[in-house]
Write a protein that binds this ligand. Structure first.
Ligand code: AMP
Length: 596
């Protein structure tokens, strides 16, 4: 979101100054952040139980347990159901952030005015200051920043639960910011229908094509998906520009009004766009359509790494700026070398955003770290906690080269909370450490903000395979991967089947297989379904492989050094070679027809 802040020259200078200041005094600032949190909140029901009202940092570390969402969920539920939020934090909460989670319901994380109006705004100011320092002319011209509000729900307490980005879009400063330096009218961002929203944001971006200096979105997957949408809809968009009329199916009144203000008949522009779009190959289309674009602005590390190749194709190799690392729970750090390739990006932690601790984790020896989707390396990374009793270390005490799981204590009511992200310390800027994002703990499949764990997938497979029993079939092996070779990407699940008599399967009933796909989707998380509904994830696929395929997979892993005795087919495969072994043995492909 490097482009969200409407800033003057002095703001950029101040941003860099604050950054230098806080990173130089990381230790002192961390101590102060923790002290403030304890002073404000030691009287809450939650902390009183561990600290007895004392404001003592040592006691905090000794007594307050390190927790996961499941541990604190009862508190979130109580607040969502109407109990006062001061059972958890002193500052009044203004709502909840709805965060993606693997399985079940979305997580509810308390949000406060301080988070959105102060912390988030400062975080974006510093991010934009760094980008401006590295990208000449970044502050001039307009930005296309594709933004899509997500559905919000009202909890029984009356407090709204929405995604961080939707909360920010709804904040007071945002509309003004957008109108001044972004092509997308605020109404198109707030439109609840993502297809209409995407169409109108593209239309506005094309109308302003000669002023655009950057194109982005929160995540790289959204940029790629929007360009793909353009590939499918460019004729209609050009026709709208030629005639000056927005298509009739755009029936959101906000979108129609906003577009009517900027859309005038412009046959010349429509013709130039058509000439570009009708080209057979869309390689480099972004630079052709928006010739002044200097960079792509979107998170491109971790799970988003799988979209770098597709984006490079469309952009013709424009730099990708992966600006920051943040979550609903806390804002962590920003990328001080924004022009680095995504695979080389580290994020410098900002010590004033939260109190950070790090649990050391071990990575299996001899394996290469996989930062970007399907790896070229032989094995994906496997991390495990060094020892359950390992003490977490403070921010300034991390060791470069070591892997950690990040734990946060925030002013919004999270105390020693495991975020679930694995990071590797890479160095320091002044006295603040820098980290590469390694992986989301326990998540095996992810296309966008969806996070599916191994147990979620197993549960989905278990539910679906119940349909096999009545037709005398057995599932004898399964695995999966996130297939992003086409946009939008989808979950591909390999199944090896046999008859109950032990014979090869001669014929499959397509109806049953399609139903199996649908049952699996039904079983997946709420966030998965939201993204399916928006067509940000395509239909789940079952690929039936011929008999012996999973033996071939085992042979491959054993040839790569896996122990035959301990071998267990992985629920998710991450290397190109392993995916190819199963893909080359596919005998049938079935897709879910479930509508969301
Ligand atoms: P949510 O709270 O649903 O917005 O998701 C936040 C999660 O997205 C983080 O905990 C990370 O797992 C992931 N994430 C956020 N920023 C980055 C980044 N820069 N690189 C990789 N993953 C990220």
């Amino acid at each position: 979101m490097a482009g969200l802040v409407n800033m003057k020259a002095k703001d950029y200078e101040d941003g860099l100054k604050i950054l230098e200041d806080i990173t130089s005094n990381a230790h002192e600032i961390q101590e102060k952040v923790l002290e403030d949190i304890l002073r404000r909140n030691s009287g809450t029901e939650y902390l009183k139980g561990f600290l007895n009202g004392q404001i003592d940092k040592q006691l905090f570390k000794k007594n307050v347990p390190i927790v996961t969402y499941e541990d604190i969920k009862p508190y979130m539920d109580r607040i969502a159901n109407g109990e006062p939020s001061n059972i958890l934090l002193a500052e009044p909460i203004t709502g909840f952030f709805r965060s993606g989670t693997s399985g079940g319901q979305a997580k509810l994380i308390p949000s406060t005015a301080e988070f959105i109006l102060e912390k988030f705004a400062l975080f974006l100011t510093m991010t934009a200051s760094v980008v401006k320092k590295h990208v000449h002319g970044f502050e001039h011209g307009k930005r296309i920043y594709f933004m899509f509000g997500k559905p919000e729900i009202e909890t029984p307490s009356g407090l709204m639960a929405r995604s961080v980005s939707t909360s920010y879009f709804k904040s007071i400063n945002f509309a003004k910011t957008v109108s001044e330096n972004h092509t997308n009218p605020i109404e198109t961002v707030l439109c609840p229908d993502s297809k209409q929203s995407m169409f109108c944001q593209l239309l506005a971006g094309l109308i302003h094509r000669d002023e655009v200096v950057s194109i982005g979105s929160f995540s790289l997957s959204a940029v790629v998906r929007t360009i793909k949408f353009l590939e499918d809809h460019w004729k209609e968009l050009c026709f709208n520009i030629e005639t000056g009329h927005v298509s009739d199916w755009i029936n959101d009144s906000g979108c129609r009004t906003a577009m009517s203000l900027i859309l005038k008949p412009d046959p010349k522009l429509a013709n130039s766009l058509e000439m570009i779009c009708c080209s057979k190959s869309w390689e480099g289309i972004i630079q052709k359509l928006w010739p002044k674009t200097k960079f792509i602005d979107a998170i491109a590390t971790g799970g988003m790494g799988q979209y770098v190749t597709a984006l490079n194709f469309y952009s013709g190799g424009l730099p990708i700026v992966s600006p920051f690392y943040a979550s609903s729970e806390a804002l962590f750090g920003i990328n001080l070398e924004p022009l680095n390739k995504p695979s080389d990006v580290s994020y410098t932690f900002l010590p004033n955003m939260a109190y950070f601790e790090f649990i050391p984790v071990e990575k299996d020896d001899g394996e290469e770290v996989q930062f970007n989707g399907v790896s070229d390396q032989e094995h994906p990374i496997e991390t495990k906690h060094k020892d359950e009793d390992t003490e977490p270390v403070d921010l300034v005490n991390v060791t470069p080269g070591q892997y950690y799981e990040v734990v946060v204590t925030t002013s919004s009511g999270l105390y020693r909370y495991r975020v679930g992200d694995i990071l590797m310390a890479t160095g320091f800027h002044n006295n603040s450490p820098q980290f590469q994002f390694v992986e989301r703990k326990n998540v095996i499949l992810s296309i966008d903000a969806d996070k599916t764990s191994e147990s979620d997938l197993i549960k989905a497979v278990e539910e679906a395979k119940a349909l096999l029993d009545p037709v005398d079939l057995l599932l004898i092996g399964f695995s999966s991967y996130a297939d992003t070779s086409s946009i939008p990407g989808h979950y591909a699940v390999f199944w090896e089947l046999k008859t109950k008599q032990g014979d090869d399967v001669k014929e499959l009933d397509p109806e049953i297989m399609v139903q199996c796909c649908s049952i699996m989707e039904e079983s997946l998380s709420y966030i998965y379904k939201v993204y399916r509904k928006e067509n940000a994830i395509a239909a789940l696929e079952i690929r039936v492989v011929k008999n012996g395929s999973f033996d071939a997979l085992m042979d491959y892993f054993v040839s790569q050094g896996a122990s035959m005795n301990q071998y267990k087919a992985p629920s998710c495969i991450k290397t190109k070679e392993a995916v190819e072994i199963l893909n080359s043995r596919v005998t049938g492909r079935f897709f879910s027809q479930k509508t969301f």
